[in-house]
Every structure is written in C-alpha cells, then in structure tokens.
Design a protein around this ligand. Structure first.
Ligand SMILES: Nc1ncnc2c1ncn2[C@@H]1O[C@H](COP(=O)(O)OP(=O)(O)OP(=O)(O)O)[C@@H](O)[C@H]1O
Ligand SMILES: [Mg+2]
Length: 256
C-alpha cells in the first residue's frame, strides 16, 4: 500500500511465430494500485496476465514483481533464465482468476480453497480451513462449503475461484474477464465481491474487463493497449471521459 513499484515490464517482447503480440512493452504498477487493462481483442491483454502467471515466458525483456525477476535470476552478476524453484517462489505472490473458473471438479468448495495453501505454502489443514472459511464469508458462500463445483451457479463458482486465489495471500491479483462467462444476473454479485476486495484490502489488482462501470469504480489507472504497446494511460475519469488518443476514443465509443 506504500505506492512503491511492484510490477515492472521492461522492454518485453512476446511473439507467437511471426506474430509480435507484445512489442518492447514497458509499464509499471505501484503497490496497492488497481489497474485496468483495456484494448481491442487480440491486443495482448491476456498474454500480459499469462506472462505474469509464468504460463508464458517473454522472448525479450524482463518482468519483475516486488523487485525480483519472474523468469530470470542473477547468477554471478549475470541475468540467466530462472530455474523452476525461483519461478515457483516468485509466482506465490501472484493469484489469478480466469474467465472459466477452473475449479477442481472432484473437490468440495472447502478443499478447492485449502489445497494450494496446504501443498504450496505448507499451512496445516486447520490453518488453511480457518483461512478458507473467512474467505468464504467474504465472498458470501459460507453455506456452500461442502458442495462440489457442479452444484453451484456460475457466479458462485467464480466467487469460490476468487476465494481460492486470495487464500494464497498474493500481493497481486490478476483478473481476466472474470464475469464474461456468467449469466447477466450473476455478474453484479461477483463485481460486488471484487469491489469489496478492492476497497477493503491492500492487494494490487491488474484487471481485464469489459465492465466499464466497474473499471471506473475500482481503478486508479487505466492502460489502453494497441498493437502490443500501451498507447495511453490515466485516471478512469480522464480515460473514459476525455482520452487523448484517437484509437482510445474509437475503442471506447465501440464498447461504452
Ligand atoms: N498460445 C498462442 N499461440 C498463438 N497465438 C496466440 C497464443 N495466445 C495468444 N495468441 C495470439 O496473440 C494475440 C493476443 O492474444 P490475447 O489473448 O493476449 O489478446 P486479448 O487482448 O486478451 O484479446 P481478447 O480481448 O479477445 O481476450 C492474439 O492475436 C492471439 O491470437
Ligand atoms: Mg483476453
């Protein structure tokens, strides 16, 4: 919450074959801030989040979180590709919620949430369950703790996925269109939970969403992506009411 730099993309290039998706991309996010990524389909928003989750590796450039390189490490003063152990350590600081909730279908709600804290962080089962019950209260699902994901609505499943990500106490929460697979009447409940988290915790949020009212409510900064770069950024007031860049204006007039 101290406003120091938490995430840094330093001249990151990511290609798929000949297709340059991120092109010498630079941006930073300060600790505790809520940043929304907007931009046309295919502009690389999900790719940025997948790089942060270390599901992908950059072709060039470096990404750091909390002053530590994600996929590189320093050995004898040189920057070399990081080993799995280093990547696992840094990734513990980052949680992600996907469009498709990706819950473990064979585990009840409680175990979905306790699994990683027990196996990755080494919490005792009791500690993990206590933490899980607190989070289920936060997301309004206390009475569903013993259900399987298939017995829940999409909105409830997504709230479990949010609780599961938070159970790792990450410094950063990545949200990729987390309401776009939901029936319209279930969207508000999930956004309310996320608003609550944004307003009551000091977690840093990086969010891709088409819910512009939500983005307006929670964002400190909005970054507009186009052709692999940030072409404009600013407060939600500035970006949604009076953007400078013609491409931002064109994009927003199509989605607002
Ligand atoms: N694994 C992959 N292999 C090949 N191309 C990929 C892969 N992942 C993404 N791409 C391509 O990279 C580009 C950026 O994709 P990305 O999913 O990051 O876009 P996005 O901004 O999230 O779009 P949307 O708003 O539609 O979700 C797209 O052109 C996509 O086809
Ligand atoms: Mg995407």
């Amino acid at each position: 919450m101290d406003g120091s730099e938490l995430i840094r993309f330093d001249r990151v290039t990511k290609r798929f074959g000949d297709h340059v998706v991120l092109d010498d991309l630079e941006f930073t996010v300060a600790s505790g801030k809520h940043v929304t990524l907007i931009g046309p389909s295919g502009s690389g928003k999900t790719t940025i989040l997948r790089l942060l989750m270390t599901l992908l590796k950059p072709d060039e450039g470096t990404i750091s979180v909390g002053g530590r390189y994600l996929t590189h490490e320093e050995r004898n003063g040189k920057l070399v590709p990081a080993g799995e152990k280093h990547i696992r350590e840094v990734r513990k600081n980052i949680g992600m919620v996907f469009q498709q909730f990706n819950l473990f279908p064979n585990m009840r709600v409680l175990r979905n949430i306790t699994e990683a804290p027990v196996h990755v962080l080494g919490l005792s089962k009791e500690e993990a369950e206590e933490r899980a019950r607190e989070l289920l209260e936060l997301v309004g699902l206390t009475e569903h703790v013993d259900k399987y994901p298939s017995q829940l609505s999409g909105g409830q499943q997504q709230r479990v996925a949010i609780a599961r990500a938070l159970a790792m106490r990450p410094q950063v929460l990545l949200l990729d269109e987390v309401t776009s697979a939901l029936d319209p009447e279930l969207v508000a409940g999930v956004l309310d939970v996320l608003r609550d988290i944004a307003h009551t915790t000091d977690i840093t949020m990086l969010c891709v969403t088409h819910e512009m009212n939500f983005a307006r409510d929670i964002s400190d900064d909005v970054l507009m992506f186009n052709e692999g770069r940030v072409i404009e950024s600013g407060s939600p007031e500035k970006m949604f009411n009076d953007p400078d860049h013609p491409r931002t204006r064109e994009f927003l007039s199509a989605v607002l």
